[in-house]
Design a protein around this ligand. Structure first.
Ligand code: FAD
Length: 489
C-alpha cells in the first residue's frame, strides 16, 4: 500500500539536490535538541537545527522546569541535603520501574553533579532555597523541591530521602505556559547561538536519508509545502518529543492515555519514532506513561483518596504524579477525595501552585454513612475505610499506606467528597532504544550508523514510574551525549 507521506528512508542515491548541509543536523529545538546542539558545536561541528514550529522551546519552554538531578549537587549541599549517586540510583530504580534501565540510571546518577554544573556554566540559574510544602511545583522561585515521592512511603524506606527536583529561577511564572522550563531553555538557546548553531524554523522533518551502507546521511524536511533534502556530514539527532498526540500510536502502545494527552504539545506526534522504526530501530517501554492528576496536593494531603469501591489506594502525601498513575493505571481512573469541612477550608487557604485544582465538593453530609449513600457507594465500604483510617489516625499512624504522621489526622464531621473521577492526563515515556552515547539501536542491538536520539522520542530513565524532572533531566543529559557522539561522526 502506498504511504500518504512517505516515512521509509530515502536512498541517498536518489537525492538530486542537497538543499542544505551541516556536520550535525538536529530535528527539534526543545530541551534535547538544544543540549545536543551546544555539545556538537563545542566539539567543533557545524550544527543545523530544524524546528517544526516558528520558534525554539518545545514542551520544555512551557514546563514547570523540574530537572531531576542529585547525587550531591552543589544546590543540594548548600541547602543541607545529603545525597550520593548510589542513593539516587536506589530511589530511581525503585520509583521508575518496573523494567527501569539500570545501566542508564547508573550512568545518569554518576553524571548528575557534573550535569548540574554544566547547566549552571551555561547560564541556567538556580536559587538557593528549598520549598517543602506539598505541591505539584513551587509557587515561588525556589530552586529545590521533592518531585518524586522520595520522602514518602514506600520510597523513603528504600533510599535516604533527598529532594532532586531542581528548578531554574524565574519571576512571572505562568503554570503551563511559561514556567521554570522557559528559564532552562532561554540561556541554553543563547549559548547555542553564541556557539554558531544555526536554526531553521517552520521545517518539519519527515524521513531519513540513508546511503548504500545503511548509514543515515541526511533528513528530508518540509518547509512551506516544499520538500528539502538536508545532508548531515557526521550525524542526525532526533529530538522531536513524545508520541502523546499521535492517537494511532497511543491506541497501539499506551491505550490508557487514549483521549487524555497532557503536559505535551501537539507537535509530539511520534514521527521520529516512526522514521527510525522504518529503519529497523528498536523500541522500549512504549506502554509507559506519566500521569498528571488534577487534584491540589494541599487538599489531598488533608483528606483520604478512595477509589470506586470506597477503598484507599495511595498515600495522599506522595508525589501527585504517583497518585495519577495509581488512579489511572490501577484504579480505573476512579478517585474521590474525602475531606472534612475544617480540613477543606484549611487546604483552600494554603498557598499552592495549582489553586485551579481546588474543586468544590460534589457531596457534603453530616455523617459518613450519609455521604457514602449519596455517593452511591456500596453500604459499609466508605464507612469501614474511614473507621479504620480514623482508628489509627488517633495515634498519628497510617499502617495501611504509610502516610507521614504530620499529615495523619482523623476525618471529622461534617464531611464532603470531591469527585475526581477521570481527572488525569499525561504523556508517553516510551520510544527509541538508545545506548549511553545516544546512538539509536537497531533491533539487532547494533547502533544504526549516523543516527542519534534523545528526549521523549526515546525511552529514557523512566519505565513504569515517573518523577517530575526526569524528562527535562534525561532529555538534557542524553541530548548532550547525542551531540558529542554525532559530532564524532
Ligand atoms: C506544562 C508542562 C509542564 C511540564 N513540566 C515538566 C517538568 O517540570 N519537568 C520535566 O522533566 N518535564 C516536564 N514536562 C515535560 C517536558 O517538558 C517534556 O517531556 C520535554 O520537554 C521533552 O523534551 P524533548 O526535547 O523530547 O521535547 P520538546 O522539548 O518538546 O522539544 C521537541 C521539539 O521538536 C519539535 N518537533 C516535533 N516534531 C518535529 C518535526 N517533525 N520536525 C521538526 N521539529 C519537530 C517540537 O516543535 C519541539 O520544539 C512538562 C511539560 C509541559 C507541557
Amino acid at each position: 500500500m502506498a504511504e500518504a507521506t512517505p516515512i521509509r528512508p530515502l536512498p541517498a542515491a536518489s537525492v538530486e539536490t542537497w538543499h542544505r548541509e551541516a556536520d550535525v543536523v538536529i530535528a527539534g529545538y526543545g530541551i534535547a535538541g538544544v543540549c545536543a546542539a551546544i555539545e556538537a558545536a563545542r566539539a567543533g561541528a557545524e550544527v543545523l537545527v530544524l524546528e517544526r514550529t516558528s520558534g525554539w522551546g518545545g514542551a520544555a519552554a512551557l514546563a514547570g522546569g523540574f530537572i531531576y538531578l542529585g547525587g550531591g549537587t552543589p544546590l543540594q549541599k548548600a541547602l543541607g541535603f545529603e545525597d550520593t549517586p548510589e542513593n539516587m540510583k536506589a530511589f530511581m530504580m525503585a520509583a521508575l520501574g518496573p523494567g527501569a534501565d539500570e545501566e542508564k540510571i547508573t550512568d545518569y546518577c554518576n553524571g548528575s553533579v557534573d550535569h548540574y554544573n554544566w547547566l549552571v556554566d551555561n547560564g541556567v540559574p538556580f536559587k538557593e532555597s528549598f520549598y517543602g510544602e506539598p505541591g505539584w511545583e513551587t509557587p515561588f522561585d525556589d530552586g529545590l523541591m521533592y518531585s518524586g515521592g522520595e520522602n514518602a512511603a514506600p520510597f523513603k524506606e528504600v533510599a535516604t530521602p533527598a529532594p532532586r527536583g531542581h528548578v531554574p529561577q524565574m519571576t512571572g511564572k505562568r503554570t503551563g505556559e511559561k514556567g521554570g522550563g522557559y528559564m532552562l531553555m532561554k540561556p541554553l538557546v543563547e549559548t547555542a547561538e553564541q556557539l554558531g548553531v544555526v536554526a531553521e524554523y517552520d521545517m518539519r522533518v519527515q524521513r531519513l536519508v540513508v546511503d548504500e551502507t545503511g548509514r543515515v546521511v541526511g533528513i528530508v524536511a518540509k518547509q512551506y509545502g516544499t520538500e528539502l533534502a538536508i545532508r548531515a556530514r557526521k550525524g542526525v539527532v532526533l529530538a522531536t518529543g513524545s508520541f502523546a498526540y499521535n492517537d494511532e500510536m497511543v491506541q497501539q502502545y499506551a491505550p490508557r492515555l487514549i483521549g487524555r494527552p497532557g503536559a505535551a504539545i501537539e507537535e509530539h506526534d511520534g514521527r521520529a519514532v516512526r522514521m527510525a522504526q522504518a529503519l529497523g530501530a528498536d523500541l522500549a517501554h512504549m506502554d509507559a506513561t506519566e500521569v498528571a492528576f488534577f487534584g491540589d496536593p494541599q487538599l489531598m494531603v488533608r483528606g483520604i483518596l478512595v477509589n470506586g469501591r470506597g477503598q484507599r489506594y495511595v498515600n495522599e502525601d506522595t508525589y501527585p504524579g504517583r497518585i495519577g498513575q495509581e488512579t489511572l493505571l490501577r484504579n480505573e481512573n476512579q478517585a474521590y477525595l474525602i475531606i472534612d469541612e475544617a480540613a477543606y477550608e484549611e487546604g483552600c487557604a494554603a498557598t499552592s501552585s495549582t489553586p485551579f485544582f481546588r474543586f468544590p465538593p460534589k457531596w457534603a453530609a453530616e455523617t459518613v454513612e450519609e455521604l457514602e449513600s449519596d455517593m452511591g457507594l456500596p453500604a459499609g465500604t466508605l464507612q469501614t475505610t474511614v473507621e479504620v483510617y480514623n482508628r489509627h489516625a488517633e495515634n498519628g499512624e497510617d499502617p495501611v499506606l504509610g502516610k507521614r504522621e504530620q499529615f495523619v489526622k482523623p476525618i471529622g464531621l461534617p464531611v464532603a467528597a470531591l469527585d475526581l473521577r477521570g481527572c488525569t492526563a499525561g504523556f508517553t515515556l516510551g520510544g527509541l532504544r538508545t545506548s549511553l552515547d545516544s546512538e539509536v539501536l537497531h533491533v539487532s542491538g547494533e547502533p544504526i550508523p549516523g543516527l542519534f536520539a534523545a528526549g521523549r522520542c526515546t525511552a529514557g530513565v523512566c519505565a513504569g514510574g515517573y518523577a517530575s524532572g526526569t524528562s527535562l533531566g534525561d532529555g538534557s543529559f542524553y541530548g548532550r551525549r547525542a551531540g558529542i557522539a554525532a559530532a564524532k561522526g
